[in-house]
Design a protein around this ligand. Structure first.
Ligand SMILES: Nc1ncnc2c1ncn2[C@@H]1O[C@H](COP(=O)(O)OP(=O)(O)O)[C@@H](O)[C@H]1O
Ligand SMILES: [Mg+2]
Length: 620
């Protein structure tokens, strides 16, 4: 006798449920999507015990007729597609006709529905696939679906459910995705009788982000827009300092459907490259609109992946829109000071990071003030400020015009006499001082900035290198011949590296000539690297190429090399700078791209605003 069985319908549904219904959150997602497809304006989701005991979704959509109520729970039953060709332009959230059948196969389900023009409402009960007859009942128009005791006949599946809190986290994630994509919906989420979210219709996306995430995240978002070749892009972009350790804060929507897509993720990563650290993920909310014919959503049972007809176009346009926005902004990181009434707890990593940063600056400041104690004592005792002549000799503040500002500030409220200068001046840094031979503190219009001299110089050189490669003759850096060529010995692997990357060496303007079987002489280096040790630089270049050349494409590799070169050539921490050098740094900072971060994505500049300082000093 043959061993093959054709499975009965209930088994088929239970197996399908395994794909679509992983946990309570998947039920919430499917039910919310159905309510949206039914044209609901208001949806209330009530959960008990993280969704194990009850998931209820009430909507005011178009409802179902009596004959459809039973049919809706049949497998592959849908009102959303009819013809094969319908699959090519799906504009509804659902279309597979699997969700209700799957849910009803693994739980106790009650559905109550009333169409607007129908005199009666109808109810149907289904217990793990066993369907009762629909019966009339009284109810408002719209549909209510209640799902009780999910997986109660499947102990193996139920065992995998986590604590109510964890399941709620997943439910909130799905609720959030739908709420962000549909700002015109009135949406409520209740857990164990407690209202977690009440979102009113007509809120802006930023208002919803503030409610669903935090005001901190919502406030700093940059708006990027683009509309070309049938792809409309609307993005809310997190500033670099809000970047996270994982991609949980990246939300991509395509025609109001939350999706995951590796092309989009890559475009975002590229756009933020050099602005955030490589291991971090920016906070990004991206809303895309394109004709449904240009992609296929029938790829995965949970409909979370799509296949674009032209993924390269999607990639390049997102990259262009996001990068352009980021380049047009001043992205200086604000100093992270404790907020007196702040209710949102920042994540642990961010706290540690800002703590370390704050501590370093505080130490630098403290040391500085120690060195200038006599002046400070005069202030504390309320002495008159020292005479201009004396002060000129001792003031650490340098003016950009080269003159020291007379007088250390006296205390009191008159801001005109503080080291920050008169109010209402331009935003360009004016006075500056170098602390610990590493940081430059400079006054700006509404506060002061602290610059990491190495990081900023690194960015300046990097941008210069990029520009020269892009505009130089034949895309090459100009080089300078060494008076005395330096020689280095190569390993077999390095000889091979040299052979395969000859083009790159040429682009960089590095001239190497054989000087023995395994020895080469460095004849010329890019002129921008005049100050680095040639042998050390070339040796490091070989190390980098040996490690990275196999993993990276040419373009990426070139930029890694430029980053390395910029780092080598930049002034170091601990290096005393002349006033002229500092002025030059500050001036270049004003004109280069991405001045706020070094090429590795770390901040070059931290901004302390006057209003923040006033808050911290309890002046207001
Ligand atoms: N909340 C609702 N309001 C009105 N009709 C609904 C609702 N939920 C489900 N339906 C009907 O039940 C059908 C089956 O739903 P479902 O199993 O989720 O499949 P799909 O959404 O893929 O069509 C839908 O096509 C729709 O006609
Ligand atoms: Mg559906």
């Amino acid at each position: 006798m043959g061993r093959i069985n054709v499975l009965d319908e209930n088994m088929v549904n239970m197996i399908a449920a395994g794909e679509v219904i992983e946990r309570p959150a998947s039920v919430v997602k499917e039910l919310l999507e159905n309510s949206i497809d039914a044209g609901a304006k208001k949806i209330t989701v009530s959960i008990e015990d993280g969704g194990r005991r009850l998931i209820s979704v009430i909507d005011d959509g178009e409802g179902m007729a009596q004959e459809d109520l039973a049919g809706a729970f049949e497998p592959h039953a849908t009102s959303k597609i009819r013809l094969r060709s319908d699959l090519e332009h799906i504009s509804t959230m659902g279309f597979r006709g699997e969700a209700l059948a799957s849910v009803a196969a693994v739980a106790q389900v009650r559905a109550v529905s009333k169409m607007k023009d129908s005199p009666e409402a109808y109810r149907i009960d289904i217990d793990c696939g066993k369907k009762a007859q629909p019966a009339p009942c009284s109810a408002d128009y719209g549909t209510t679906i209640e799902v009780r005791d999910l997986f109660y006949k499947l102990p193996a599946r139920r065992k995998f459910l986590r604590t109510a809190n964890t399941e709620m986290t997943h439910i909130i994630e799905h609720f959030t995705r739908i709420a962000l994509a549909h700002c015109s919906l009135d949406m409520t989420l209740i857990h164990n009788g407690r209202e977690l979210y009440r979102l009113l219709d007509g809120q802006s996306r930023t208002e919803r982000i503030a409610k669903l995430f935090s005001t901190q995240i919502a406030e700093g978002l940059l708006v990027a827009e683009g509309n070309e070749r049938g792809l409309e892009i609307s993005g809310l972009l997190g500033r670099p300092e809000t970047a996270r350790a994982n991609s949980k804060f990246q939300h991509f929507f395509l025609n109001q459907r939350f999706i995951r897509d590796k092309f989009i993720s890559h475009a975002i990563k590229e756009a933020y490259r050099g602005i955030i650290e490589p291991s971090k993920y920016p906070v990004v909310f991206l809303f895309l609109q394109m004709p449904c014919e240009s992609y296929d959503v029938n790829v995965h049972p949970t409909k979370i992946e799509v296949r674009f007809d032209n993924a390269n176009l999607v990639h390049s346009q997102i990259l262009a829109v996001v990068r352009q926005k980021l380049l047009s902004q001043n992205l200086d990181a604000p100093a992270q000071m404790p907020h007196p009434g702040e209710s949102v707890a920042p994540d642990k990593e961010a706290v540690q990071h800002s703590e370390i940063r704050r501590q370093r600056i505080a130490e630098a400041m403290a040391d500085f003030f120690k060195e200038h104690r006599p002046i400070q004592t005069q202030q504390q005792l309320g002495f008159a400020p020292p005479s201009a002549k004396v002060a000129r000799a001792s003031s650490p503040w340098k003016r950009k015009d080269g003159e020291s500002r007379p007088g250390w500030p006296c205390h009191g409220d008159d801001r005109a006499t503080t080291p920050f200068g008169e109010a209402g001046q331009t935003d360009a840094p004016r006075q500056f001082l170098q602390l610990h031979n590493s940081y430059i503190v400079s006054q700006i219009d509404d506060g002061f900035i602290v610059i990491d001299q190495h990081a900023l110089h690194e960015r300046i050189i990097y941008e210069d290198l990029c520009r020269r490669i892009a505009t130089g003759t034949a895309g090459k850096l100009t080089s300078q011949r060494l008076l005395i060529p330096e020689t280095i010995e190569l390993t077999d692997a390095q000889v091979e590296t040299l052979r395969t990357n000859a083009e790159l060496f040429e682009k960089l303007g590095i001239e190497l000539e054989p000087f023995g079987p395994k020895t080469i002489a460095i004849q010329a280096l890019p002129s921008l690297l005049a100050k680095v040790s040639p042998a050390e630089f070339v040796q490091e270049l070989f190390d980098l190429l040996t490690e990275k050349a196999v993993k990276l494409d040419r373009e990426r590799l070139l930029h890694e090399v430029l980053e390395m070169a910029a780092c080598k050539a930049a002034i170091k921490a601990g290096q005393k700078l002349t006033d002229g050098e500092i002025e030059k740094l500050l001036a270049e900072r004003q004109v280069i791209n991405r001045a706020s971060q070094c090429p590795h994505g770390r901040p070059t500049t931290i901004k302390f605003s006057l209003s923040e300082l006033e808050k911290q000093f309890k002046r207001k």
